[in-house]
Every structure is written in C-alpha cells, then in structure tokens.
Design a protein. Structure first.
Length: 443
C-alpha cells in the first residue's frame, strides 16, 4: 500500500429498508457503523511504520464517522433490467469504485471508508460500499462487515442518539493465521521455491501476462451482473458436470482471453484465493474480520480450453475444481503466504525489484461466495452485492472478483491497471465471458 502497488479491496451491498423504517438514512448508517466498530477490532486498527520491515498495528482511540462516511445521490433511472431479463451494470457504483480503488489511506485516519449511494427515487434503498485496506480484512471480511451492518440496521432504535465520534473497543485483534495453525512447509516444496527464486526460473514459452510490470498504477474497472435465473441454471449445469462456479469461471475467462490475444500466446497462468477459515479454530468464523486467506495456481493451455471443434471444455473445469480441492485438502501446508518469513525486504524483493520485468501471472478469479438472503419482510435486507479489488502492480494482468448477493445475482468485477492491458481487450474478454455463460443456459 505505502508504495502504491496495491491500495484496497471493497465489498458493496444494496440495502432495502421496510416502510416502517422512518429515520433519515444517515442515522441508520451511522448507528450500523457504530455497531460494526464495536464488534470488529480491526476497524479501529491502523498500520504504523509500514515503510519499514517491522510494521505493526496500533489502535485508534476513536473514529470520527464524518471523516470516513460519505453520501452522494445516484443519477436517476440507471438501475434497470435488460429486455432479456439480465440486470444492467450499476454505473454509479462502477464510477464510485473506480475512484475509491485509486485512493489510498492515510494515517491517522481509519483504514476503511463507507461510501453511500442514495436513490433519490426511493429513499428506502441505498448502496453501501465498504472500502478497506487489505491488511485489516480479506474478501470474506467484507461480507462479514455487511452481515454485521445488516443486523445492526434491524436493531436501530429511533430513541437512540446518533453519534459521529465513536470510541474504539478494547477488544484485542483476532490472532493471525500463524498463531492459529501450523502452516508447515515441506522440504521439497521449500527447496523448489528457493531454487526458482535464487538460482534459475524459466518463463514458460507462449505465456501471456499483459505488459511488463510498470508504475504508477491507475485502476480501471467494469461491473458485469448476471441474473438469478441464469446463475441458478449455470450452477445446476456445474453440478451435472461435477465442477463448481469458481472453476467454471476460471475456465471461461481463460477461453475468453485466448479468443482475443494473438495465436502465438498458448498459455495462461491463473491464480485464485481460498479462505483458510474452514480449518481454523472456532475463534475465527465467516463472521470475523481479519486476513485468513491463501492463494493457489492453475495453468490453461489454448489447445485444452479452446479446442478446434468449438466444444466447451468441461474436462478443464473439472480439472480446475480438482486443483482447488487438492489445495483445500492440504489445509494450509505449502502455502505461498508461509514463504513471507524468508523475505528480508518486502518493498524491494516483492515489489520494486519487479518493475520493468515480465509479469508472472495472467489473471485471477477470486470468488467470496454467496450471501444468504434475508427473508423477513419486516427487517432490512441486502439484494445486489459487488466484490471488487484495485489493480495489483506486480500481480495478475486482469483481476476478476465475484460474489452472489441476497438477490441471487452474480456480479463479476473486472479490474486492470491502465497501460498493462488495453481497455478494448478487457471489453472483448467481458463480452466473450457473458456469451459463454449465456450459452450454458441453453445447452
């Protein structure tokens, strides 16, 4: 963050309030933020000495909501549905997130922001974009924030005074993954990584990864929503083919990139993110805010995902699922995050030394899953959700972040660094991705 290589992540949600909720939206938002601060100690934590090799967290004594919460009106008539029943992109949110993903945090302000889009045609509907430093939360943490926010909205009392200055809780930060889990490294894995990093590392022939690593970074973004009906059909198709939505998305994005890059490129390197919470002690749940995540890697060849007969490569989608399952079975063993202990200079070794060199990865698909819907009509509910990330200077050329909201709609957030990938190429990849998913609905 401090050298501008990766700024933040965001999870956004559109809320609906029942007619019985008559307070101004600001009162609901401020009281819900107060509840979230009281429950999640990471919201009052900022990083000190992050320009050194020994950064640490400090607790803010209080948080001024007037500095971290902002409101703006939507443009009328933008949220609608296409003739074919598919939802249209939320252009107001897309614009807001593009700005937020290019805006760093600065101590002593909190390392998070809440940006509220108000619907002037329906004051009971508003969108909350929770934007935060990745050091205080992973993707699942963004969902956890909104779960807390939703519960708090339902508990707001009209008699309570809405406060702007919130005292920080004295709760300790939740333990990091190394304190909870062994995260062991096998000698063979470690020897391989040391050999690749220090002795010899050959770039695969035909690998496409966009431009070389360059600075400064400017994030570009597009939001692509899909209807509940389509996603339900696609999910059932995945079950029939013994794969998952995430594995399918990886395969489809790979196919879509190959369709629009020169034929000389025959290989793509994909990374994905996995939540480590499932094998951690009960102190860490999907309701917790912190960073308990690891990555995994997958490769796709043009010949396998784009066969000459035009058929869809379900075998590749199954292979991708098997890769994910094999990493899950390791329960944190041989995770790349465990190699951080061997890094002497984070800024130089992991970031600055890579500028001007070939990028290692092509694209990422990160899926934080599904938010269970709120079905009580007397309580607030969440409908559409968006999970998004800034571009990563030394990471993947194209980032694809996915979440399914309480309305059952899946939204893909495509982000990329200006100059690393041409906008026209990303737009072509998006159109091909849409067509691939639509075509599965009729197969």
């Amino acid at each position: 963050h401090q050298i501008g290589f990766y700024l933040n992540v965001a999870v956004s949600a559109t809320y609906f309030l029942p007619d019985s909720f008559v307070l101004p939206v600001k009162d609901y938002v401020y009281q819900a933020c107060e509840a979230a601060i009281a429950e999640h100690p990471s919201l009052s934590a900022i990083v000190a000495d992050d320009h050194t090799q020994d950064p640490y967290f400090v607790r803010l004594p209080e948080i001024n909501l007037d500095r971290v919460v902002s409101f703006q009106d939507r443009k009328p008539g933008l949220l609608s549905t296409e003739v074919d029943g598919e939802p249209t992109p939320d252009l107001d949110l897309q614009t807001l997130l593009a700005t937020q993903h290019n805006t760093p945090f600065k101590a002593p302000n909190p390392f998070w922001r809440v940006c509220v889009l108000l619907d002037i045609e329906d004051e009971r509907q508003f969108t909350v974009a929770f934007v935060y430093h990745h050091a205080i939360g992973d993707g699942t943490s963004g969902k956890a924030f909104h779960k807390t926010f939703l519960r708090a909205l339902g508990a707001v009392e009209s008699s309570e005074q809405t406060k702007s200055i919130i005292k920080s809780p004295q709760l300790p930060l939740l333990p990091n993954i190394e304190r909870l889990h062994s995260m062991s490294l096998s000698l063979s894995y470690l020897a391989k990584k040391i050999f690749q990093a220090k002795i010899y590392s050959r770039r695969p022939t035909g690998l496409w990864t966009g431009s070389k690593v360059l600075i400064p970074s400017q994030t570009r973004m597009r939001l692509v929503p899909f209807s509940k009906l389509l996603i339900s059909t696609v999910r059932e198709k995945c079950r029939q083919e013994r794969t998952t939505i995430t594995a399918l998305l990886q395969t489809i994005v790979a196919r879509s990139i190959f369709a629009h890059i020169p034929s000389e490129f025959t290989l793509l390197a994909c990374t994905g993110a996995l939540s480590s919470r499932r094998w951690l002690p009960d102190v860490i749940t999907d309701e917790s805010m912190g960073v308990w995540v690891q990555d995994y890697e997958e490769r796709y060849s043009r010949a396998a995902v784009a066969p000459s007969d035009g058929s869809f490569p379900w075998a590749e989608a199954r292979r991708s699922r098997n890769t994910i399952e094999s990493v899950l079975k390791m329960e944190g063993k041989n995770a790349n995050t465990s190699l951080l202990q061997f890094v002497d200079d984070f800024q130089e070794e992991l970031c600055l030394s890579k500028v001007g060199k070939d990028r290692e990865k092509s694209f990422e698909v990160s899926n934080v899953g599904v938010l269970d819907p709120q079905t009580d009509p007397d309580l607030p509910s969440i409908k559409r959700m968006v999970f998004s990330q800034c571009a990563s200077v030394m990471g993947n050329a194209i980032e694809v972040s996915a979440v399914t909201g309480g309305d059952g709609c899946l939204v893909l957030a495509f982000s990329w660094q200006q100059g690393v990938v041409e906008a026209d190429l990303v737009n072509e990849v998006i159109e091909s991705t849409k067509q691939e998913l639509y075509s599965l609905d009729v197969v």
